[in-house]
Design a protein around this ligand. Structure first.
Ligand code: SAH
Ligand code: SF4
Length: 371
């Protein structure tokens, strides 16, 4: 049976070569070809003995998920749709800015957590993505953007940051997420510093602890409400891991890296969670956690029940948090003309939870087909 080498992090690749009597440096060489140069063809891996290249060709493949749509928004945001088989497709979004280029990638086809304001959640859940499907989004985006070329003189990379904020809950697919993260950080692969890779979670407490132990990258926590009553409604996983437990996990996460902070994401929904009183409540709730706030104006999607908070309201909410001494940024809405903004990613998902009718999925298909 052939294996997909994109499923392997450095440790797995070393074990794969060891099982075949090959030295660990072979694994490093292949890792570099795959993830530093984007090479999928064994024949082109010229510093590896021809006999080994031929052996590899019989044992393994290099198979990222195919790109089935690639759309550019007016603001330069670029959205990729990947076929992950079985009627499922997932999305990644590249967001170019002056100082950096951020790739936002998916970790699951759909999401089982059903947050009330999220397009992905409304689709239901199909399955976890494999390591090859997670890292393959980065691999394919680098190809599409021309990012494998030599770095320019200023050392800047086209994709300088990766955020796991696309479709799905990364910590509900922890094992594969951690392997993909290790590839992002590996000097023989993407070599990103751990502060340039961010995992966003809705708050799976035991998995936050495991991430801290296994691969402590930057952590963003989707808070969205200043108390359990409202958070139970917006982020149903809160009923299992309420705010006290979540904030304690945030504190533990920072114990190993005292100069770090948690980014609290907060979707601004008109009349739901955006009052002055709620801003003050939020400050009181989080005052013991070294943190920043990132306010995300709600992005509507077909059938969504909410409205975005008016710009003045977002500004006022931010002012209160700032006056309380917490660095607060407001996320600029990017790529919403191609449904690439936060919470709009929907790809295409074969829901296995049977929670939703398939109408929603069908609605999204024609839009993607136009790409
Ligand atoms: N499952 C993870 C990561 C994916 S969602 C999480 O929930 O954190 C990435 C971010 O987009 C989260 O902060 C999420 O709350 C936010 N988001 C979801 N739906 C949104 C919407 N309709 N408008 C704006 N942000 C949204
Ligand atoms: Fe899942 Fe995150 Fe969407 Fe909630 S906000 S449904 S956890 S992807």
């Amino acid at each position: 049976m052939t294996v997909n080498l994109l499923d392997f992090d450095a440790a797995a690749l070393t074990a794969f070569f060891a099982d075949r009597g090959e030295k660990p440096f072979r694994a490093r060489q292949v890792l570099r070809w795959l993830h530093r140069f984007g090479q999928a063809d064994f024949a082109a891996m010229t510093d590896i003995a021809r006999s080994l290249r031929e052996k590899l060709a019989g044992l393994a493949v290099v198979q990222p998920p195919p790109v089935i749509a690639d759309r550019l928004a007016g603001d330069g945001t670029r959205k990729f749709l990947f076929d992950v088989g079985g009627g499922n497709a997932v999305e990644a979004v590249f967001i170019p800015e002056e100082e950096r280029g951020t790739l936002c990638i998916s970790t699951q086809a759909g999401c089982a957590l059903d947050c009330s304001f999220c397009a992905t959640g409304k689709q239901g859940f199909s399955r976890n993505l494999t390591v090859a499907e997670i890292i393959g989004q980065l691999w394919q985006a680098q190809h599409a953007l021309g990012g494998w070329a030599e770095r320019p003189a200023n050392g800047e990379r086209l994709i300088s940051n990766v955020v796991l904020m696309g479709m799905g809950e990364p910590l509900a697919n922890l094992d594969n997420t951690v392997r993909a993260l290790r590839l992002m950080l590996d000097d023989n692969a993407y070599g990103l510093s751990r502060r340039r890779v961010t995992v966003s979670t809705s708050g799976l407490v035991p998995a936050i602890d495991r991430l801290r132990d296994e691969c402590p990258v930057a952590l963003a926590v989707s808070l969205h409400a200043p108390n359990d009553g409202l958070r139970d409604e917006l982020v149903p996983i809160n009923r299992k891991y309420p705010l006290r437990a979540l904030l304690a996990a945030c504190q533990r996460y920072l114990e190993r890296a005292p100069r770090d902070f948690i980014t609290f994401e907060y979707v601004m929904i008109d009349g739901v969670n955006d009052s002055d009183a709620q801003a003050h409540e939020l400050l009181a709730l989080t005052h013991e956690v070294p943190c920043k706030f990132n306010l995300i104006p709600f992005n509507p999607f077909p059938g969504s029940p909410y409205r975005r908070s008016p710009a003045m309201r977002v500004r006022r909410f931010a002012e209160i948090l700032l006056a309380g001494g917490v660095v607060t940024t407001t996320r600029r809405t990017r790529g919403d003309d191609i449904a690439a903004a936060c919470g709009q990613l929907a790809g295409q998902v074969r829901d296995r939870t049977r929670r939703r009718s398939s109408d929603f999925v069908v609605q999204l298909l024609p839009q993607e087909a136009r790409a």
